[in-house]
Design a protein around this ligand. Structure first.
Ligand code: HEC
Length: 128
């Protein structure tokens, strides 16, 4: 009887540990982590979906701010902030362009690719 209880306890602990490995994905802030991005794919997507407001090469337009800007460096806007911005849209808080609409049809991989492209541009501009 006693060994059966110990057996069940051990089995439960093993299952909990396995579940933690299977479902733990490094999410600490509820916003998610992005897969590794491909900057070449990201550039094409950026030009189609973001450049109208953020400008070709992310230099900004009359509709939206530059992303090549110290506000958006990785330490201030982590990659997860790109995911949240695209999924939920952005309430204006840094500029006076008005809100950014959500763009719901981009996948996490698409957003990761776009983010990688923007990070490369930031790094080339000395923003890191
Ligand atoms: C219709 C115009 C528009 C489009 C299209 C657009 N944005 Fe934005 N975006 C904005 C504006 C305006 C802001 C600034 C809001 C503010 O004042 O902080 C912004 C802010 C952001 C921010 C900063 C979010 C934050 O937390 O401060 C990120 C990241 C971003 N955009 C990424 C993107 C990406 C990636 C795309 C393309 C998939 C995109 N945007 C397309 C208008 C746009």
């Amino acid at each position: 009887m006693r060994s059966k209880i110990i057996g069940i306890t051990v089995a439960t602990l093993v299952l909990m540990a396995l579940a933690a490995v299977a479902f733990g994905d490094g999410r600490t802030d509820g916003t998610g982590t992005l897969p590794t991005g491909d900057a070449v794919r990201g550039q094409a997507l950026f030009e189609q979906r973001c450049a109208a407001c953020h400008g070709v090469d992310a230099g900004g337009t009359a509709q939206g701010p530059p992303l090549i800007h110290p506000f958006y460096r990785p330490g201030h806007h982590a990659d997860a902030a790109f995911l949240v911005a695209v999924r939920r849209g952005v309430t204006p808080h840094h500029w006076n362009f008005g809100p950014m609409p959500a763009i719901p049809d981009l996948s996490e991989q698409d957003i990761a690719d776009i983010t990688r492209y923007v990070r490369d541009l930031q790094e080339a501009a000395g923003i890191r």
